[in-house]
Design a protein around this ligand. Sequence first.
Ligand code: ZN
Length: 412
Amino acid sequence: MDLLIRNAKIVGQGGLKNIAIEAGRITKIGKITKRARKTIDAGGMLVSSAFIDPHIHLDKVLIAEDLRPNVSGTLMEAIELIWERKRRYTVADVKRRAGEVISMAALNGTTRMRTHVDVDTIGGLMPLKGLLATRKEFKELMDLQIVAFPQEGIVRDPGTDELMRKAMELGADLVGGMPHHERSHEEAKHHIDVAFNIAREFDANIDMHVDETDDPNSRSLEYLAEKTIAEGYQGRVTAGHTCALAAYPDDYAREVIRKVKLAEINMITNPVTNLVIQGRGDRQPIRRGITRVKELLAAGVNVTFGQDCVDDAFYPFGRADMLEVALITAHAAQLTTPAEIEILFKMMTTNAARTLGVLDDYGIAVGKRADMIILDAESPKDAIRRQVNRQYVIKDGRVIAESTSLRKLSKN
Ligand SMILES: [Zn+2]
């Protein structure tokens, strides 16, 4: 046995258990008498499956200091501010910044991420090349899925569709999209059609930025759901942000959610960014700018949340810490009852595993890949409330990070 964790309080299970790990897998849970190469006594601390961040932009992280400030605070100004910096990306530059955030995320208990990467005629394939190099160098810390993301649009940035095909050939895993960034609803629909064509050519799944605006006239999500069903792509499509869903009239929103459920679209909300980017034109009340999280959950849709941005033109903070993102999401979406907090915790674990398509090999059960965190907490709520220390982070059965926290009051 390679690793034995004693006295673990496993999330969702009663009592204290022992967990045996061999060759990267969980081989036994319960009474264990065999000796292991390494033993950790969890001492009753909470043991959770490792966190998953299903939506981040690792090519853009940690560039805020190189840009002039985003004065309007809007999405459009943020996109334009990055243009000049994007032209100066190099593989080493992307790898240095993305690697720093991956290291932070690993220390914070995340072992899987899905990152978008800009594919457009400004940066070409340089951001992707940087992230492919990053994925290789940091593979012991992080499993990385890469989405080829047409940040500048497909119709309004001619040549992007061919770049996206090249990105898929080079090693991107999923086809991205940004339909609401096109000039009209017709062009947004065409954008979605092109993305599906590319996805079909590479038998790839799709993960799009959809309706990231508080404009109720931005209605790409409904078409995405219809197209998903028409193409037989149910369960293979993810929609991120979908802020406009919150701005729709209730009856139209209900109809769109029904179609999203039928299309088995995975939904990702990103309150960290959207709380500060959306609603900028509002006086009072200022809208929250996040999608209808509770209504989607109530409809049985798979919902998760992501960090999205770390210190870029969109958002100046961020620590690649899913406990922090969970806390912000709880506030933004008003997930505060015991049952809602339980769902909140699932959103960054099992729900996110479903979104990434790794649920079959995820969780604390015999036979599953050994990715877990020992949290200095009594319960999921306690972990989120106190933003507790991640004592040990384990990936593929190996301890990849350890943290200790010493805090004490001085007595006079
Ligand atoms: Zn995003």
